[in-house]
Write a protein that binds this ligand. Structure first.
Ligand code: NAD
Ligand code: ZN
Length: 360
């Protein structure tokens, strides 16, 4: 098989990943007579033409446009999609194509899965984060009442088509954000991936095709073995317990940061925790922190923020019996989930980040 294109059937989902996936997807689209395409204003501008040129025989019934950004992943826009699908007379056998980043695939998957009790949808992710994370795994939904992903459902796409061709127009900050998740796969389950990237700034990477295929396969493997997040899928939360608290704090202060920036900081704290709980070696801790620091500037957090961050973490979905539960690294490339950690140790892990200390 052509090494730059990875094809994989994992019923009910078909995957095509890598250069040429877009053109290849003609075969996957063949059974559908017509489709509606969902974009946001940026993917309409940068991706829609590439999509149409590569799939000229697809009968497109209409294009639905939503406003970009997390602040628009909400019910009003889902209603807009349902209204448009009604106007376009979308029926049970129609197909919705989600052409965009995680916001488009989350809300589009949600709107499709609830319209007429569910129509099929295919994700064509156009951001790095979408390609290695959001488009894979069947989690769909919207934010509600100021809470992220509060309303939604698990619903598998018919297919996920990942073609890096779309990435040429992506802004640096979104590349960086997706890169945090790629680093995470290296740390939690894929030493080889970690080695491929180690020491590099994300802009220095030339073989993205290979890295995207590897990272996307990692996510597919995890979600296939644990569809409903009962076990191993929780490992994907590495860096996210502290990371989400940091993300919320910046959001509340009116200076939102990208998800990836918050997760990068969270991964430094949680790697330190791993060194305390599992005796992850000092040299390893330094290696991981160094790689994150090459790619992410330290955030403006000082000691006074720690109580608020701990308070925010106490709302985390992973909390049980008053104790915080983490997914941590037993060693490089091996994560363990449901590890209970004392809040005092969590406090120290943030202090480690703030002080920019070496191993202690
Ligand atoms: N369902 C899941 O499993 C899952 C997993 C991780 C994240 N998510 C969700 O994904 C969302 C974040 O995804 P994201 O980072 O892709 O954000 P996004 O969809 O907001 O995209 C980031 C920005 O890039 C623009 N854009 C997209 N493709 C582009 C391209 N090719 N060229 C130029 N601009 C482009 C978008 O319009 C947007 O402004 C969050 O809502 C998060 O909750 C879902
Ligand atoms: Zn994440």
């Amino acid at each position: 098989m052509n090494e730059s294109l990875f094809l994989f059937d994992a019923p009910p989902v078909s995957y095509a990943i890598g250069e040429g996936a877009l053109t290849y997807s003609r075969k996957i689209l063949e059974p559908f007579n017509e489709a509606v395409i969902l974009v946001d204003e940026n993917t309409e501008k940068h991706c829609l033409q590439v999509f149409r040129e590569n799939l000229p025989s697809l009968k497109v019934k209409g294009v639905i446009i939503i406003n970009s950004g997390e602040e628009n992943k909400k019910l009003e826009q889902a209603i807009h999609i349902w209204n448009e699908m009604t106007r376009l007379q979308v029926h049970r056998d129609s197909l919705l194509i989600n052409l965009g980043g995680g916001v488009v695939s989350d809300i589009g998957g949600f709107a499709a899965s609830t319209f007429k009790r569910g129509i099929q949808f295919i994700n064509y992710p156009t951001t790095l984060l979408g390609m290695v994370d959001a488009a894979i795994g069947g989690e769909t939904g919207i934010d509600f009442s100021d809470l992220k992903n509060q309303v939604g459902l698990f619903s598998d796409p018919h297919a996920v088509i990942i073609d890096p061709v779309f990435l040429t127009t992506l802004e640096d900050k979104h590349w960086q954000s997706g890169f945090a998740e790629v680093l995470k796969y290296g740390l939690i389950l894929d030493r080889e991936l970690w080695r491929m990237m180690y020491g590099m700034h994300f802009r220095q990477i030339s073989d993205w095709n290979k890295i995207i295929i590897k990272a996307a396969k990692d996510k597919i493997d995890i979600v296939r073995s644990d569809n409903l997040e009962k076990g191993i899928r929780k490992n994907l939360n590495f860096g996210h317990t502290v990371g989400h608290a940091i993300e919320s704090r910046f959001l509340k202060s009116g200076k939102p940061i990208t998800h990836g920036k918050a997760i990068a900081a969270g991964m430094i704290c949680e790697t330190w925790l791993s060194s305390k709980v599992f005796a992850l070696e000092c040299t390893r801790l330094e290696e991981i922190v160094k790689m994150i620091d090459i790619n992410f500037k330290r955030l403006d957090i000082d000691e006074s923020a720690i109580p608020e961050l701990l308070e925010l973490m106490s709302h985390d979905k992973k909390i049980r019996g008053g104790k915080l539960r983490f997914s941590l690294l037993r060693k490089l490339g091996k994560a363990v989930h449901d590890v209970e950690v004392d809040p005092e140790l969590v406090r120290k892990s943030i202090q480690f980040y703030v002080d920019q200390k070496k191993c202690d």
